[in-house]
Design a protein around this ligand. Structure first.
Ligand SMILES: Cc1cc2nc3c(=O)[nH]c(=O)nc-3n(C[C@H](O)[C@H](O)[C@H](O)COP(=O)(O)OP(=O)(O)OC[C@H]3O[C@@H](n4cnc5c(N)ncnc54)[C@H](O)[C@@H]3O)c2cc1C
Length: 400
């Protein structure tokens, strides 16, 4: 029988995990990865944490070492951007004009950093953080005494702020909304995280919108806020969210909603023999059954694996329950299930910023929908998280 030709567009974690999934069931079919980046697949979370802090070597952030790909009959074509898919002819067209035929195709083009529309945003000294190259550039700019501003008080902004402070920078976080971590949907929990950064000497300003970036001698000198204030800055890192890389698919015949490629429970798209996984996939959440798109490491890993298995013939449903982690220096945050639109949030444990340890339970209509934990029992954290996952799946609030 002829070998199946697998093609994966995108070279992030979902792509690397899909290769593992394919190889669990098909040891031979050649796999081609087409990726815009000039790097082998790597983990992005360290880019705002340990790698930015200079604690990791690049090898440590790669999903697999370089030799793993040829050993697994995988050809990674770096610097190749896909332009469109021809579903009926089973081929991907690259910006170079090349056409790459496939039997089974995975779309895993992830996200890009959302651009801030503010005058002066292109001034040297203003950074975004999505890729290794972004991280190298930012890392070389963050020095002791640097005046750094994190624009955006969500995960990237908060993590970069904590890391920059650790590197000796003077740091301010500017968040346009009334609280940091707006996705936690609970003002007291958000205020607790702001206090954690403040306890490290970081200034946190909520309700503050950036009006423009002011340059002097061709370099960033200050961030001007809409209330007319100015904050001196050598470095500003814009962390205002991410946008799925699906524009290139707009005319290829896939169903796309709010930027996400719609997939069914088996992660199949509307196109025959085409799957999607990771940050770009809008999939039915296994707990709520509602369509959802996630920008989580854990989601990219689990979905990539499942999509790979299904490309190789498994046809299994995706049942993994969403989980997200974030580190603020030595504080570990885990987010499980859904934290949007709760009717109530029950915070149990200690919100002492010197020794934080808590679990926040999100309840909607008497059902437990999600949880946020901070420094959950580090001895047996995964067992504790699993228990919480089970409670979320059952919708039952654990006894206090
Ligand atoms: C700084 C940072 C910190 C993070 N920290 C955390 C964290 O603590 N916890 C957590 O859960 N998640 C975190 N995330 C999110 C997590 O890294 C992502 O959810 C994950 O990387 C998604 O993987 P992916 O493979 O779907 O997409 P990506 O990692 O975005 O990879 C997509 C790849 O596709 C390529 N591509 C795009 N368009 C094309 C095209 N047309 N043709 C060819 N190639 C293309 C891109 O260049 C990229 O290499 C973080 C992200 C960043 C940027």
């Amino acid at each position: 029988m002829a070998e199946t030709q697998y093609v994966i567009v995108g070279g992030g974690l979902a792509a690397a995990s899909a290769i593992e999934g394919i190889r669990e069931l098909d040891k031979d079919g050649p796999i081609t990865v087409l990726t815009s980046e000039r790097e082998l697949p790597y983990h992005r979370p360290p880019l705002s944490k340990t790698f930015l802090a200079g604690k990791d070597r690049v090898e440590a952030v790669r999903v697999h070492e370089a030799a793993w790909y040829p050993k697994n009959r995988v050809t990674v074509r770096l610097g190749q951007t896909a332009k469109s898919v021809h579903i009926a002819k089973q081929g991907v067209t690259l910006e170079s004009g090349d056409r790459v035929p496939y039997d089974r195709l995975l779309l895993a083009t992830g996200c890009r950093a959302r651009k801030l529309n503010a005058p002066g945003v292109d001034t040297p000294g203003v950074f975004y953080l999505r890729t290794l190259q972004d991280c190298y550039a930012l890392r070389s700019a963050l020095k002791p005494g640097t005046k750094a501003i994190a624009v955006g008080g969500s995960f990237i902004g908060m993590e970069v702020a904590a890391t920059a402070r650790h590197l000796g920078s003077e740091v301010t976080v500017l968040e346009v909304g009334p609280t940091v971590y707006p996705r936690f949907a609970d003002p007291s929990l958000s205020a607790f995280f702001a206090r954690i950064l403040e306890s490290q000497g970081i200034t946190v300003r909520t309700g503050t919108r950036v009006a423009r970036f002011r340059a002097q001698d061709g370099k960033l000198a200050a961030v001007v806020t809409e209330d007319g204030g100015q904050i001196a800055a050598n470095v500003a890192v814009v962390g205002v969210g991410a946008e799925p890389n699906t524009d290139w698919l707009a005319t290829s015949g896939f169903s796309i909603d709010r930027g996400g490629v719609i997939v069914n429970v088996r992660l199949e798209t509307a196109g025959k023999n085409v799957w999607a996984a990771g940050d770009i996939a809008r999939f039915p959440d296994p707990v709520t059954k509602q369509p959802r798109r996630l920008e989580h490491w854990d989601n990219a890993q689990a979905q990539g694996k499942q999509a790979g298995r299904n490309m190789a013939g498994a046809a299994e449903p995706y049942t993994h329950q969403s989980a997200f982690f974030s580190d603020l220096l030595d504080i570990t945050i885990n987010v499980l299930g859904e934290t949007d639109n709760p009717d109530s949030v029950d915070i149990r444990g200690s919100t002492d910023v010197q020794a934080p340890n808590l679990t926040a339970l999100y309840v909607r209509g008497f059902r437990l929908t999600g949880a946020v934990t901070v420094n959950l029992n580090s001895v047996d954290r995964s067992a504790e998280l699993e228990k919480l996952q089970k409670s979320i799946a059952a919708g039952t609030v654990p006894e206090s």
